[in-house]
Design a protein around this ligand. Sequence first.
Ligand code: PXL
Length: 291
Amino acid sequence: MYKNIVPRVAAIHDLSGFGRSSLTVIMPILSTMGIQVCPLPTAVLSTHSAFPDFHFHDLTNEMSPIIAHWKRLDLRFDAIYSGYMGSAKQIDILRDFIRDFHHEEQLIVVDPVLGDNGKLYRSFSSEMIDKMKELVCVANVITPNLTEAAFLLDEPYSENLTEAELKEWVKRLSAFGPQTVIITSAPVTGNRGKTSVVAFNSTDKRYWKVVCDYMPASYPGTGDAFASVITGSLLQGDSLPIAIDRAVQFISIAVRATFGYNYQPSEGILLEKVLSSLNAPVQMSSYQLLD
Ligand code: PXL
């Protein structure tokens, strides 16, 4: 079996023309990190689903012929990374893809895109939640936000979870199958000015936490940017807490670069202004090991 000269990722996400989400964020981030992205698009949209009246073209029927061609080419992927799915049926196609293209050293990252701020995204029904519960079982790493973690666990969404409850959630999610669970947008008890990322690795049973300032603005696509940096960083050989630190720092810089402008948050973070920071060494690490 050959080794790829440049690490290669199969990226199963939608392509939304405007609004800086999904593939328009994932491809530049991973390319900047020196990783080749092979997109397997799940849908083409005029914009992400937070804009009213968006046009949506489902690509479920295109996926199998694309995968069949990749099989004939005997492509080897160092990682498979999925996000927004265009239909529940695509999850069965993706599970077959993972089974057929799997090899020992491969990283499988599933960002279980379902919703945010306690709500399911407009384009989804509860069927998508059930299928996403199946998909996370075959991943090594999952990156739900707090809303998605609640949907996967059938728990009510709450911004008042304690650190002990967050630890319980990441552990329960890892019992679905993934060794690494990373929950974003996790509350910091007693401090509304901060937000955090809480993670668990079931191999060494360690819990990690990275805290950063909370900015009062919501930019679609930040979850995609976060999971992309995690994927790139793990592929570069970073440890889990360093990967989380890099992703949190990148999102913080991107949000700060954007926040000062009088600007429509639905257009997403001003990625183009901060992409090059991905190649700077980690300046200051702030992760904590939780006991
Ligand atoms: O960032 C997640 C995402 C991806 N793709 C589409 C979306 C969203 C979030 O709104 O609408 C189409």
